[in-house]
Every structure is written in C-alpha cells, then in structure tokens.
Design a protein around this ligand. Structure first.
Ligand code: F6P
Length: 362
C-alpha cells in the first residue's frame, strides 16, 4: 500500500497555490502511487473531518493557470490558539491534539503545509508534536527567510508595475502627484522592485522610515527640471521617521495580524501641506493577490510542489522547500520562520534605486 499524504493551504492566498496543489497530486500519484487528501480552509480543515477530501488527477485538471486555491484558506484559526466563544466572550483554546487525532484517523502519514510565516510556524509546532510535516513557502510579500523568492511575489510585482505604467499617463496629462499604495506587510520588496520597474520617482518602504521634506524636495526638483508630475510608490508598512505605521485594523479573534493600510492617504496629506499640487492616491489592495500566476510563479510553485513530495519520500520532515540560486533545496522550517526577510536599507537594490535618482525618503 502506498502512503496517504495531506495538503493544506494557509494564510493569505496568492497566485501559484493551485500550481503547487497540482504538482503535489501529480508527483504523489504518478511517481509514487500515493493518495492525497486535500484539507480545506487551512488548519481549520483539520478540525472538521468533512473538510478533508481525496484529491485525484481529475480534481486538479485545469487548475495550473488559476489564481486562488481550490482548497480555500484562512489567515485566522491557529489550532494552538483557537478562538472559541465561552459565556459570551472569546477565549483561546489549544486544539492541536484534536488536529493530531484527526490526522491519525484519516490515516495521513505526512502533511504538506503551504503557507507564509504564520502558517509555517503552526506547521513547525505540529512537527514538534510528532507530526511529519513538510513546508512550502508562499506569500506575495517575499518576506520569508531562506528562500530567494516565494511564489506569488512575481505575479504581485507584475500587477503593481502594470498599475504604475497606467498611472504614469494620467499623472502626466494632469500634472499630478500619483501615489500607489502596495502590500507587503512589514517588508518593502513589492514597493521597491515594482517602483524600480515602473519608473517611480519616490519609493517609501518600511525598512527606511521617511521624511516628508525629502519627498517634497524631490517633487520640486522634478518640477524645476520640467517634469510636472511625480509617481510615488508607498509600501503599506512604510511610516514617517519618528512616527508610526498606519494600522487599518488591529488583530482580533485570535489573529495577531494587524491589518495595515492608509499610509498612501497620509503621505498625500503631507505633500498637500507643503506643495500646491494635485495629489491622488490609488490603493492597489487585493488585486495584487489575484489573477493568473506568471510563468515564473507557475514554474516555481510546480517545483516546490514536486520537491515537497520528494521530501516526504526522503523523510525530510520539519523542513521546507526553498529556492537558492537556481536550485530547490530543503531547509529547516525553524530557520525560515525565525525572523522576516526584509530589504537591506544599504543593500544593492536600494543603492540601484538611489543611482537611478529615486528618492527613498531619507
Ligand atoms: O501577507 C499577504 C498580505 O496580502 C499582505 O501583503 C497584507 O498586509 C495582508 O496579506 C492582507 O491580509 P488580508 O487579506 O487579511 O486583508
């Protein structure tokens, strides 16, 4: 009898998740003759057996170019700290033993957890309790250590760069300052790389707290050179030096994740206070998480999926597939989740931006 393995997708979705699911099922069935159980809605699905269903070659047919995840996901519901209502108020319970019992009753011998930092930390905690877990890194934020890239990031970059191309023409026609707020949580990767690729004049990232005067000086200098418009990319986690992040919503119901957003409008107000120019703000939001994955993300996600199955065959548990240079290797999940991979404020990409005359707000 072949093995039975499980797969779940946790945290915020991103393009390429379906490509991983497809690769896992294909590799498990075709190469090893194993059965795959798809677990719906992240770790929540392991608390409800009706959410655990077999995945076959038929069920993954045609999903490669589709955004989202056929398994569903959630960025709430950590089984180690699960929100439950008791006597009218929310308390947190440890349901991890129930997860383990359910995995055993389903006969799942190994679990592939596809997720970002939060989901991989849960996977690591399960592995510490004896569950055979393999991780696959995903997030548009590209903020996971150990892997050069997460899948989803490249597609998000394309979306942000496309938005910048479109904002250019209208900014130029109306002689306006156009601000594009992009995602990325506490990391500035999306803002920095899309800003360079999209020809931004100012890029604001969390790793470099900005000074509003620098932004205004840059816009004035451009005007003096005859460019009567400016394009600013601001990461949702950026904040002014000496100030704090703009939080749209604090974490609640067991989620420690605060929702960021609103810095674009704050920067607009600061610019309007020092310059007599029309300023408009576009918040790109979840468009960055949707749509069909790029070729790069499809290929990377497929490689991660097949590697995860091979890692199970080699019993490389508690480890995560990652991209190093041109190779996919296995690394301990612990190393990948210890801290976030942030932009080096003095690194090559930042220096390139400065060399191109881009203002980074300092
Ligand atoms: O981590 C991915 C991400 O899209 C972040 O860039 C963003 O801050 C967050 O998720 C948004 O989460 P939600 O979908 O819960 O609004």
């Amino acid at each position: 009898m072949g093995k039975k393995i499980g797969i779940l997708t946790g945290g915020g979705d991103c393009p390429g998740l379906n490509a991983v699911i497809r690769a896992v099922v294909k590799c498990a069935v075709i190469r090893y003759g194993w059965q795959v159980i798809g677990i719906e809605d992240g770790f929540d699905g392991l608390l409800d057996l009706s959410k655990c269903k077999p995945l076959t070659l038929e069920s993954v047919r045609g999903i490669l170019p589709r955004g989202g995840t056929i398994l569903g996901t959630t960025n709430h519901g950590n089984p180690f700290c699960y929100p439950v209502e008791r006597d009218g108020s929310i308390v947190h319970a440890d349901y991890s033993d129930r997860v383990i019992d359910n995995l055993r009753s389903l006969g799942i011998e190994a679990l592939i957890a596809v997720g970002g930092e939060g989901s991989l930390k849960i996977a690591l905690d399960l592995s510490k309790k004896g569950i055979a877990v393999v991780g696959v890194p995903k997030t548009i934020d590209n903020d996971l250590q150990e892997t050069d890239f997460t899948f989803g990031y490249n597609t998000a970059l394309e979306t942000a760069t496309d938005a910048l191309d479109k904002l250019h023409s209208t900014a130029e026609s109306h002689h306006r300052v156009m601000i594009l707020e992009v995602m990325g949580r506490y990391a500035g990767w999306i803002a920095l790389e899309s800003g360079i690729a999209g020809g931004a004049d100012v890029i604001l990232i969390p790793e470099i707290p900005y000074q509003a005067e620098c932004i205004c000086t840059s816009i004035k200098k451009r005007s003096a050179r005859g460019s009567r418009f400016s394009i600013i990319v601001v990461a949702e986690g950026a904040y002014p030096a000496g100030g704090s992040r703009v939080v749209a919503k604090k974490g609640d119901n067991g989620s420690t994740i605060e929702r960021l957003g609103g810095i674009g409008h704050f920067v607009a107000q600061q610019i309007e206070q020092c310059l007599d120019m029309d300023v408009r703000v576009t918040v790109l939001g979840h468009l960055q998480r949707g749509g069909s994955p790029t070729t790069f993300d499809r290929a990377l996600a497929s490689r991660f999926g097949a590697t995860a199955v091979q890692m199970i065959a080699k019993e490389q548990f508690g480890q995560m597939a990652c991209l190093r240079g041109r190779s996919i290797i296995a690394v301990p999940i612990e190393n990948a989740t210890r801290d976030l991979k942030l932009v080096d404020p003095d690194g090559e990409i930042v220096r390139t931006a400065l060399d191109l005359g881009i203002t980074l707000g300092r």
